[in-house]
Design a protein. Sequence first.
Length: 276
Amino acid sequence: SQVPPIILNNGVEMPQLGFGVWQVPDDEAETAVAAALEAGYRSIDTAAIYGNEAGTGKAIAASGIAREELFVTTKLWNSDQGYDATLQAFDVSLAKLGLEYVDLYLIHWPMPSKGRYVDTYKAFEKLHADGRIRAIGVSNFLTDHLQRLITETSVIPAVNQIELHPHLQQHAARGFHAEQGIATEAWSPLGQGRGLLEVPAIVAIAQKHNRTPAQIVLRWHLQLGNVVIPKSVTPSRIRENIDVFDFSLDTEDLAAISALNEDRRLGPDPAVFEMA
Ligand code: NAD
């Protein structure tokens, strides 16, 4: 594959760019994931709550691509937190995906006031020890949640998948992750395509490189070291979003994009989000 890997803190290789399938209905996921695999993506990011693990699994099975060439991520939903519930939910996800293991399993949200993410993570550690997950991690964890996991459990999370794009650059979180050896994975890397791709500074850099604004934003992430999982169901955009490994932004371009930070979330605040 044309996508270079990053090495996670347990030695597992993860493609730095993958395909996200949030909001893709199950019956469209098979087509969208098939288009992504055809375009060269080898990493797919789904979640139990997305309701499209089955469609994703069908596309994987139909592709004929060797399992070890793929990197499949899914996530444990909030209502399944707790040790026993996690073990059961993992079996359900694996069956829907039609797989014998996943490459990365994430706690979708911390729900700190419920106080269950440590027990949940201990179930992740068991599944990891049993060889059913190659790397375990979290999503939407704030620094104090990560700190608690690191203190109370044995496996440092391989990944924290957080909202991250030029309008929400997450400097403090990225710094903490780097100190702890946790990879930063950016969700909504394109800012959900809402407004960010029309920002004049980004459009100007796109014109300069004869690229699209989406490609410029993805390059910015990659050059910072973030893992990215852009989503699209449009085959031409699916191809465009992976066609970002034959050019580079210069320091001036990077600085212009880094100046766009507004610390502005599109999604929920992890400190309080508890949708079940
Ligand atoms: P994104 O930033 O990837 O933006 C996707 C949208 O941008 C598309 O729907 C389309 O409207 C537009 N777009 C995509 N490619 C384009 C292109 N080349 N040109 C113009 N417009 C383009 O947003 P996302 O889907 O929210 O995030 C990506 C993935 O991150 C999700 O699919 C999911 O896998 C993951 N995610 C995780 C969480 C979490 O809580 N862990 C939350 C949100 C998303």
